[in-house]
Write a protein that binds this ligand. Structure first.
Ligand code: SF4
Ligand code: SF4
Length: 302
């Protein structure tokens, strides 16, 4: 690369920084993914991030020559206690894990004299383009040999790096064509029957992570929330692409999570009593409503 570092040495250095998979591609000709967004009408209704913001995110700054994509496994476990309300691996560990790795990479590049900034471009499309993995039917990104419990960070740099990836922006996993287990298991029917992707406004992970979004489609039966306090990973937990993965243990870095003002222990599941004694602190009207529905029914077994 243009900083006195060979491509092999750069890869080796990235492992020491905590990156699990690294790829890159030329910054030209990237925003093909926007065509998909334009066709998906439900994305036009989401208010927390407007279509114009999605479009703006896909615009590459002029100075970026190469786009680096970092992948980091954040799986911390999914041993939920019977009858307790569940927290996803994403909620417990994603940004707490990929954030520090990204900062270390940015510092490393800048010390080499490279201009480097984190980009807000669509990260799953970038990861596919860099040749790092696939999109599953559930719309999740699956990193090769690591699975879908991964955080992705995208960094723009002002240098050319040899051996750039040449993947498409949307590479579908071949196994999905004969599987469909995620779509069968999804409690709210949020996975598109034909194709790869979800109806975001029906997805439990969207409902409890963007609870004040006006167009959310809450299921009529609260039992369909399946006891998810924050996030939802049903479609990933049932996926055969994930069951063969051996995760490197990720330590939990934050002992508590802040859910809209309510602090809960950072563990796979928390009890009704723990939620009830803390829920008065919740500041989000949408999440208060979500909690009321969630607690109105017992957590389904299994
Ligand atoms: S459960 Fe099956 S269809 Fe769904 S993402 Fe995994 S392999 Fe693809
Ligand atoms: S996260 Fe949950 S609700 Fe959303 S698509 Fe997957 S299984 Fe369905």
């Amino acid at each position: 690369m243009g900083a006195g570092l060979s491509t092999a040495a750069f890869r080796e250095a990235s492992k020491l920084l905590g990156v699990d998979a690294l790829g890159w591609f030329s910054a030209t000709g990237f925003p093909q993914y926007l065509a998909v967004l334009e066709e998906r009408r439900e994305y036009h209704r989401i208010e927390y991030r407007t279509l114009e913001q999605f479009r703006a995110a896909a615009r590459m700054p002029d100075w970026v020559v190469t786009v680096l994509v970092l992948v980091r496994d954040y799986f911390v476990g999914n041993e939920y206690a019977a009858g307790e309300y569940k927290l996803s691996n994403y909620s417990r560990a994603c940004w707490q894990t990929v954030g520090p790795v990204t900062n270390r990479m940015l510092q490393f590049l800048r010390e080499k004299g490279v201009r480097a900034e984190q980009l807000n471009v669509p990260c799953r499309a970038a990861a596919c383009r860099a040749g790092l993995g696939f999109i599953g039917r559930n719309g999740m990104f699956y990193a090769m040999d690591i699975g879908s419990y991964v955080g992705i960070a995208v960094i723009g740099v002002d240098v050319t790096i040899p051996e750039a990836g040449q993947g498409a922006e949307r590479v579908l996993h071949p196994q999905c064509s004969t599987c469909g287990r995620c779509a069968e298991a999804c409690p709210t029917g949020a996975i598109i029957q034909e194709g790869h992707g979800i109806y975001p406004l029906r997805c439990i992970s969207f409902l409890n992570r963007h609870p004040d979004e006006p167009s959310c489609q809450m299921p009529a039966d609260p039992a369909a929330l399946c006891g998810w306090l924050h996030g939802c990973e049903v479609c990933q937990n049932v996926c055969p692409l994930n069951t063969v993965i051996v995760h490197r243990p990720t330590p939990v870095s934050t002992p508590e999570l802040d859910l809209y003002g309510m602090r809960v222990p950072n563990q796979a599941s928390v009890s009704r009593a723990e939620i009830e004694c803390r829920m008065s602190r919740v500041t989000s009207p949408g999440f208060r409503e979500y909690l009321a529905r969630l607690l109105s029914t017992a957590v389904p077994r299994g």
